[in-house]
Ligand binder design. Sequence first.
Ligand code: NAD
Length: 332
Amino acid sequence: MYKSILITGGAGFIGSHLVRRWVSLYPQTKVVNLDALTYASDIDNLKEIENKSNYFFVNGDIADSLLVAKLFELYDFDGVIHLAAESHVDQSIEKPMNFANTNVIGTLNLLEIARKTWKDKFKGKLFYHVSTDEVYGTLQETGSFLETTAYDPRSPYSASKASSDHFVKAYSVTYGMPTVVSNSSNNYGPNQHVEKLIPLVIKNIVNREPIPIYGDGKNIRDWIYVQDHIEAINLIFNNGERGHKYNIGGDNEIRNIDLVNKIIILCDNLLGRSKGDSKSLIKFVEDRKGHDYRYSVDSSKLKNDLDWYPKTNFEKGLKKTILYYLKKFGVV
Ligand code: NAD
């Protein structure tokens, strides 16, 4: 049982689900959420736990070494679950330095302060790094990413995440720090910033605004419901082999255009519009620079070793997600 955990990025999309789950699942564990509250965050998503006695929020930057060192001293962390990141590929194309500062330097700062505070005495300690399948690059029609697939990042976002993954591995190999890395596919669900594909499409349907689709819309992503990702993190945190990495996928590959059409049908139905009414909003736009064609994640290791399976049926998860955003936008 870990007595004190630092979760970074807990006011973001995935982090908000993780913090809420951790605070209620482990009432004996102090859960400290360090988040810089960037534009992508929403602290209101943590309202239901803000008064819990085992929850502590700190507004700050993971790259601030004085702050992070002070927190390690104050809370005596024995575990870290690191999610804080700049996470949007389009933003990384515009502002790559932000991605290097947070995703690379910020991660290295956390690792270094953990190493120094733990004084190389790592028994009972864990540094868990949450990463993405995008570090593996792009696939054509066949094949899937394995944990052994060579890294081939192609956007500033994936390059920064790949770099942070390598630093985590280096701390495991060089210093013997107990670490785990998990590489998940695209998450969907409540609490995601509207810059991301699914909430953006829903917002634009509601407002009858153009739905931008990159290129021909045939790019393929593998979608996982955020709660299934959280359950995987929980299992890996407790039972994953230290020094290992685990792929987490949704077994749910779909072309962007097909996903958008699904959302249109579900949204139109829930909004009482005629079937396919919003199809005319689709607008194909110039492709994203360096757009990866296909991601596909093979999670056999996680399934075989830790008996994890993505439980959420895609249609049900998508409908739940759409209802959440329609309520948030005040239209149902
Ligand atoms: P998000 O953008 O929704 O949230 C990121 C959070 O990190 C925000 O609350 C933000 O305020 C915080 N943050 C950013 N810079 C910070 C800094 N310098 N110091 C402290 N806090 C900072 O991202 P997300 O989608 O929840 O992703 C969380 C993690 O999971 C990221 O590491 C991301 O790379 C990884 N991941 C995401 C997905 C996905 O589909 N969303 C898939 C695989 C992996």
